[in-house]
Design a protein around this ligand. Structure first.
Ligand SMILES: NC(=O)c1ccc[n+]([C@@H]2O[C@H](COP(=O)([O-])OP(=O)(O)OC[C@H]3O[C@@H](n4cnc5c(N)ncnc54)[C@H](O)[C@@H]3O)[C@@H](O)[C@H]2O)c1
Length: 452
């Protein structure tokens, strides 16, 4: 098992990182990522001149990686006072956290391998920053703020609840009323936020950055596709060619991962619950079957559904000896690890990020404790893809400020022009130009009587 790190309550106004001495390495690596983030760099240059986020407090709960560092530096260039906590206990890069805290005055609360208590103490610190804008990857900060607003304190994680219980009613109310809006990075977070909007409990507008085309078409598909494979290979050093991969979920992430597994020579089986996606997977050339059948055939299983208990003990029992199971969906609930712990003997750490369990006389290997494997065992998405995701995040924060609190309390997409601008900037940075509509074509596309 990966060791966890305890941390005392972070001091407000300070930071809680593993070791500031790691900052030089964090700087080197963040600068390396920066060269692959030309769109974000252009936004940063404009932000530095225009300061659209001046005077705003922003609390971000994101994977603390070199790409996120470039986002945080951009938000600071725009004038924001930034607090940053991790959106997953295993995804923090400690050198990056140190660099942001030491050289950029970002209030970073994140330590790789932090235990549950510290994870939530860090979320609490981000909330105690009293943000005007929150930026989530999985809706943890927004979720906690809403539990406070709705006085559902029992639903808060204990460290946050203890802190909130010490606050007066006015202080609690202020935490919510101050927020002009929030942005959300991932599919799972957007699903939660839509559920909140549907129940009529959403307290402020949210921009679903994940829904921008320049986010999910590239980040979820090409980013997750490649980095999930990277995480699995770093953890196992497996030869992909000749093996059978089972990909659970054929959404944006699943499509990307299946494509990469096939590219490296694996036979790919897809499991789905949506007939349209299942049909698409079959037409794309993959085998499609229920998990109960796939479980017997796979060598490596990867969940990317955003759903819970997709791989259960009944499936693990019939897997081949030595089957490898990984998750790249947002939460560590896609594999029934509690069920496994009850039914199996283990875990025995056999390599970094590889736990062996003995189940029904056979070995099952779980990677990265079932947490997103691309961040637990690798470095997350390549910078070039995060360039577009984080360009969207920066522009979403600017959009919220420019709207001046006038957006309805709902889940919004970023305007389509912003999507187009981001795509155009990215193409330009790649040295690619495209055609423009001629006058004749514009007329043709706008008329209903031409062309027959
Ligand atoms: N690892 C990363 O870096 C990363 C990056 C982006 C998104 N994500 C996360 O990955 C997950 C998937 O994201 P997405 O954008 O692909 O979502 P999506 O909605 O496009 O796809 C999810 C797919 O899973 C299918 N599914 C649901 N329940 C299933 C089940 N029981 N068995 C088989 N299939 C099932 C759905 O029908 C859907 O097609 C989310 O949790 C998202 O937050 C992770």
């Amino acid at each position: 098992m990966t060791t966890t790190t305890k941390s005392s309550a972070p001091q407000q106004g300070a930071y809680d990182v593993r070791d500031l001495k790691l900052a030089d390495e964090g700087r080197r690596r963040t600068e390396w990522a920066e060269q692959f983030m030309p769109v974000l760099r252009q936004i940063r240059e404009r932000f530095a001149k225009e300061r659209p986020l001046k005077g705003k407090k922003l609390s971000a709960c994101l994977h603390v990686t070199t790409e996120t560092a470039n986002l945080a530096i951009t938000l600071k260039a725009g004038g924001a006072d930034v607090a940053l906590c991790a959106s997953n206990p295993l995804s923090t890069q400690d050198d990056v956290a140190a660099y942001l805290a030491r050289d950029h005055g970002v209030r970073v609360y994140a330590i790789k391998g932090e235990d549950n208590e510290s994870y939530y103490l860090h979320i609490q610190a981000a909330i105690a920053h009293e943000p005007d804008i929150t930026m989530d990857d999985g809706a943890d900060v927004v979720g906690a703020l809403h539990m406070i607003a709705l006085e559902r304190l029992d639903d808060l994680a204990p460290p946050v609840r203890r802190w909130v219980e010490g606050l007066g009613k006015t202080e609690r109310r202020r935490l919510i009323s101050k927020v002009i809006g929030s942005t959300e990075e991932t599919t799972t977070g957007v699903i939660r936020l839509r559920a909140m909007a549907k129940e009529g409990v959403l307290q402020f507008p949210v921009i679903a950055v994940n829904d921008s085309l320049t986010k999910h078409l590239f980040d979820n598909r090409y980013g997750t596709g490649q980095s999930t494979m990277d995480g699995i290979l770093r953890a196992t050093n497996l030869l992909v060619a000749g093996s059978t991969f089972v990909v659970c979920g054929y959404g944006w992430c699943g499509r990307g991962f299946a494509m990469r597994a096939r590219g490296l020579g694996a036979t790919v089986i897809v499991t789905e619950i949506d007939p349209l996606k299942a049909l698409e997977a079959r037409m794309d050339g993959y085998l499609v079957m229920p998990m109960a059948d796939a479980a017997r055939l796979g060598d490596v299983f990867v969940t990317v559904t955003g759903n819970t208990h997709v791989i259960r003990v009944e499936h693990m029992k019939v897997m081949k000896d030595g089957a490898i199971i990984a998750n790249s969906g947002h939460f560590n609930v896609e594999i029934d690890l509690d069920g496994l712990a009850k039914a199996a003997k283990g875990p025995r750490a056999v390599r970094d990020f590889v736990d062996e369990w003995m189940l029904a006389g056979k070995r099952v290997f779980v990677l990265g404790e079932g947490r997103l494997i691309n961040l637990a065992a690798a470095e997350g998405h390549p910078a070039s893809v995060m360039d577009m995701s984080f360009a969207n995040q920066s522009l979403a924060a600017e959009h919220l400020v420019r709207q001046g609190g006038t957006l309805p309390k709902a889940v919004h997409r970023l305007p389509v022009e912003i999507d187009r601008d981001v795509a155009a900037l990215k193409l330009a940075s790649m040295g690619i130009t495209i055609d423009e509509l001629t006058k004749e074509q514009q007329h043709y596309l706008a008329s209903w009587d031409a062309g027959t």
